[in-house]
Design a protein around this ligand. Sequence first.
Ligand code: S5P
Length: 473
Amino acid sequence: MEYEIKLEELAIKLFTIDAVKFGDFMTKSGLKTPVYFDLRVIVSYPDVMELITFLLYNSVRDSKCNHLCGVPYTALPVATLLSVQAKRSMLMRRKEAKGYGTKKMIEGHYKAGESCLIIEDVVTSGSSVLETVKDLVKEGIKVDTAIIILDREQGGRQNLAANGVEMKSLFTMTNLIEILVKHNKITQEMANEVKEYLRTTKAPSSTEAVDRASISFEKRAELATNQVAKQLFEIIALKKTNLCISVDLTSTAKILDLLEKVGEHVCLVKTHVDIIEDFNSDFVIQIKQLSKRLNFLILEDRKYADIGNTVSLQYLNGLYKIGEWADCVTVHSLPGEGILKALNGSTNGVSRGVFLLAEMSSEGNLITPDYTKATVEMAAKYPDLITGFVCQNKDTFKDPGLIQLTPGVQLETSGDSLGQIYNTPEKVILDKGADIAVVGRGIVAAKSPETQAVVYKNALWKCYQKRISGKME
Ligand code: S5P
């Protein structure tokens, strides 16, 4: 109750000090608006600052975040007060990088893998919040919540949600207006005009977004929520290879022989266990030993696509008992969420990993943009299980803690006679946003697979380095 009373008190004060004004105004972008906010003035009113701090305090206290960061400049003093009161560390984002020394955008003491809560005054499109989020994420800091004084309800909430940031606000515009009408500060007529304006004027969907492709694999390891993804990022960074070999061979001896030669050059080995003619338990022991000795993970490309119950049987039972030896598996989203529910969990205390197929490389495949979008949305509900996506495009997903695995890679663009489409390492890493490139016949069918694996490894790594250095033409 005290909270409600103070919230109304704040609304009235904001009106009284002209932090919120009604009439005919022009926005920065030249649009007409019947309501205008300027919260920069609040610093001159200690009672308003105190009220805001009081109202935001509980959200800060209840958050598990290591740090707070105010979006420059208006929210900086608010963040400072909250930081002191909640005894929580504060970080500061620079508006411009220093011209000398380190190009640091974030000031304060922090470690990659820590988390940060964002504080902001007013959100319209959400792009200012996202600029701050982007710089924090680049440092390996996780951001999932932004605490806002006023949500203008013009699309900011949706833009933030699309970047994995939940917005909590003291007021929405609608609810602020209702309070002001109740206290006879504005007429019902004015309130209706503002509501109509809100209904018809939306901020453009924000172009500002976290660009996962510009973040190093080391930092992304800290942002991963799935243990397999974290491990894979770490292996990639350590071995300096983002090459996955697809060992589409039909005898265990040939697979083991190939892996003995190329294992040190790859981060991930992709198998199709059901094409092996002499599969046996000794093969499992040997490939696991190789994976330990040469430090790569194993992805069984089973492409599960059945109802949850069947998939859980297929995963743990039958001849292959895939769940016992594969670090991760590929899964279709087609049957719906049941398939992820069935796989969610761990085997013998070891986290599982799933690469969801969001797009395919083959010509004429039936996956539509809506299907891809729904697949990414489905994955967001299983942060502990999802390692990443098998997909072809950078825009398919944004979360820097997930991995883009892209097949259909050869040194020369072409295809095969059965609809496979190939792109070059440059194209998949620099244009298409792949984190790991899957190469099958490009290496397996080469005269010297070992030499060819090194060629692919170096080409892919060079592109990755170029990508994170930001020197793309
Ligand atoms: O969209 C896809 C998804 C996958 S997992 N396109 C693919 O080609 N794959 C797999 O990647 C395919 O099953 C095969 O094992 C590998 C590509 O092999 P390559 O010989 O064409 O490089």
